[in-house]
Write a protein that binds this ligand. Structure first.
Ligand code: DP6
Length: 323
């Protein structure tokens, strides 16, 4: 019997990952760039035990079955294969952020699971190997392994598709104020969405331009140039939603509240506030600002009628083992 516990943060992508070149291996269609979200985390305990007759998964105190359990078993099978292990596992995981808050829990969940399960299986993986492994559970989880601001390199080969840190959390005092407009679970998750992406006539154009936008975003980030950063972050999010809306079936994640926030933020920026938006596969809006303006931004967001609540997060660190 052996056990390990690990923690990881979710992340918000400034340059989005949407679509895969290989769905089984989760090899992304394009590279992406993100920031880990401090304060929000998944904590996961894994115990491999020869006395267990099957894998068991408890998430936020509830025993899981069907798709979530299947996804976990597929992941554990990869780890068992690497470690030549046959034991089943008990996996207990807890998120400190509300379920259905529009924050992708799969990123922090699979990054924490990659670290905890590999340690419990007796594997000593490098950061690159952990990022590769986390990607097999959820593409964006590869970005929750390294620290701070992170680039996920898209490639044709499994061993080349992993994420690396481009700057530590303290590099730039950005804050993500997550404006929640709806806490319901989304109807179409990212795994299906990635499959639909290639049916959009805009996907190939989006993918083609990603490398250039990633270069611009990375440069703006490294130079702490908020204006240049805001422009490319909003463009990249809009391009991903254009693909979503024009895929077959079409995915329309925005709700009236989503647009209300986007319009307000545009106005605030015109008034001189350093602030911009990015939206994932859901209706909630990630409002990115400088730390010095974040209290003001959060207060203004809370006044918008469509906003249910606002969560805030600073740049976060890497996935870590809890001893
Ligand atoms: C819109 O990593 O959630 O958040 O591999 O199916 O778990 P799976 O997909 P996932 O896709 C992320 C999609 C996104 C954009 C991004 O985070 O880059």
């Amino acid at each position: 019997m052996s056990e390990a516990i690990a923690r990881a943060h979710p992340n918000i992508a400034f340059i989005k990952y949407w679509g895969n070149r290989n769905h089984d291996l989760r090899l992304p269609a394009n590279s992406s760039l993100s920031m880990n979200l401090d304060g929000l985390q998944s904590e996961t305990r894994v115990r491999f035990d020869s006395a267990l007759s099957k894998d068991q998964f408890i998430l936020n105190g509830k025993n899981q079955s069907a798709e979530p359990l299947q996804r976990l078993i597929s992941f554990l099978n990869i780890v068992r294969g690497k470690a030549s292990l046959r034991d089943h596992a008990l996996v207990e995981s807890h998120n400190n952020f509300p379920a259905g808050a529009g924050i992708a829990s799969s990123a922090s969940a699979f990054a924490a699971l990659a670290l905890a399960s590999s340690k419990a299986a007796g594997l000593e993986l490098s950061e690159k190997e952990l990022s590769l492994l986390a990607r097999r559970g959820s593409g964006s989880a590869s970005r929750s392994v390294p620290t701070g601001f992170v680039e996920f390199h898209a490639a044709n080969k499994d061993e080349d598709s992993f994420a690396t840190s481009i700057a530590p959390p303290k590099h730039w005092a950005l804050v993500d104020s997550i404006a929640i407009v709806n806490e319901e679970h989304k109807k179409t998750g990212s795994t299906d969405g990635h499959r639909f992406a290639e049916t959009s006539p805009f996907q190939s154009i989006r993918v083609e331009g990603t490398q250039e936008r990633l270069k611009q975003c990375k440069q703006a980030l490294l130079e702490r140039d908020f204006e240049a950063f805001a422009e490319v972050v909003e463009l990249d999010s809009n391009l991903m939603h254009a693909v979503m809306m024009s895929s077959q079936p079409p995915l329309l994640y925005w709700q009236p509240g989503t647009l209300e926030i986007v319009q307000h933020v545009r106005q605030w920026r015109r008034e001189g506030l350093a602030v911009c938006t990015t939206i994932d596969a859901g209706p909630n809006v990630h409002v990115i600002s400088l730390q010095e303006d974040s209290d003001e931004v959060s207060a203004r967001l809370q006044e918008i009628s469509g906003v249910v609540k606002v969560l805030t997060a600073k740049p976060g660190g890497p996935a870590t083992e809890v001893s």
